[in-house]
Design a protein around this ligand. Sequence first.
Ligand code: KG4
Ligand code: ZN
Length: 366
Amino acid sequence: MSPSGSPLLVLGIEASCDETAAAVVRRHPDGRGEILSNVVRSQWEQHRPFGGVVPEIAARAHVECLDEIVADAMREAGATFADLSAVAATAGPGLAGGLIVGLVTGKTLALANDLPFVAVNHLEAHALTVGLTESVRPPYLLLLVSGGHSQILLVEDIGRYRRIGTTVDDALGEAFDKTAKLLGLPQPGGPAVERAALAGDATRFSLPRPMIGRDNANFSFAGLKTAVRHRAMTQVPLDARDVSDLCAAFQQAVTETVADRVRQGMSMVESDLARAAERILVVAGGVAANNAIRSMLDGLTAQAGWRLCLPPIRLCTDNAAMVAWAGAERFALGHTDPLDGPARPRWPLDSAAAPALGSGRLGAKA
Ligand code: KG4
Ligand code: ZN
């Protein structure tokens, strides 16, 4: 029987990459959401010496702190396990070791407390966050841009997703991170490139705008990254001015590329959304924190007569409130998962979509 007639309290657990997180959310019977706690611990300091996420270090760091983080989330929410309606944990996509840590923890808590368990797709959690923060319901177009993915998806309904476009090589966040590394800036690279670009001249170096004008909504960032490397090599040794100008040129190139791809995606779903009360573009993933990209999307949607929905930045980046919420949405529809279900390092949201050539750094992480 669907439990949607009463408020639901769901504990969510996220350990699919380099953030260990737990959160408790309430889903009201009318579909409104409320965050009671949202605890996120980043592992960046542990990975920093290696210049990227090391899967073994990530898994071990999750094991070391997840119990404490779950306890913190429950305490902050003022909830006991007896108050919960269900436990949700990210089952994929992501790094296998971390997924297993999060899943085993979630399943154990569900079993020990006689609670239903929901296995959550991390991409679905990003996709549905806007329902928690702004009560926005499908259908809408989603731009998901993070360290592991760059996708445009049509969210037709909860559980029904159609991929409109994806990257054929690097993810957008990955391109920011690699550009930062190349220019000697710290990781994560996105914020560092954005900061350096503020003082830069975007016109000094000319860079390609990959995929612009193509009649699909796919992305490609590998060639742009190579072009940055070539421009940088002509200037060695780079001074601060060179770095700022390269960052500004890179950010301008990706912003124009994303604008073109999103415009293309919008036109591809025009007929799908024709009967919707309003046409909505939702943005999720860590790159949604980028101000140049945000203001471009603001202008683009205003001009096209679409509404732009950007969840708060702390909920665009990886967190467990989004996992608890996706679990609550699925549970409200009567959906639960068995305790012997697997971790799914690769788990596309649109299983009908043909695989693209390459799909971001981890091929799966978002
Ligand atoms: O969604 P997220 O927190 O984690 C996953 O990738 O799963 O996204 C992190 C990515 C990183 O690649 C980071 O460099 C990028 O988002 N990012 C940004 C900015 N803040 C974070 N990229 C561009 N501009 C930013 N301000
Ligand atoms: Zn993510």
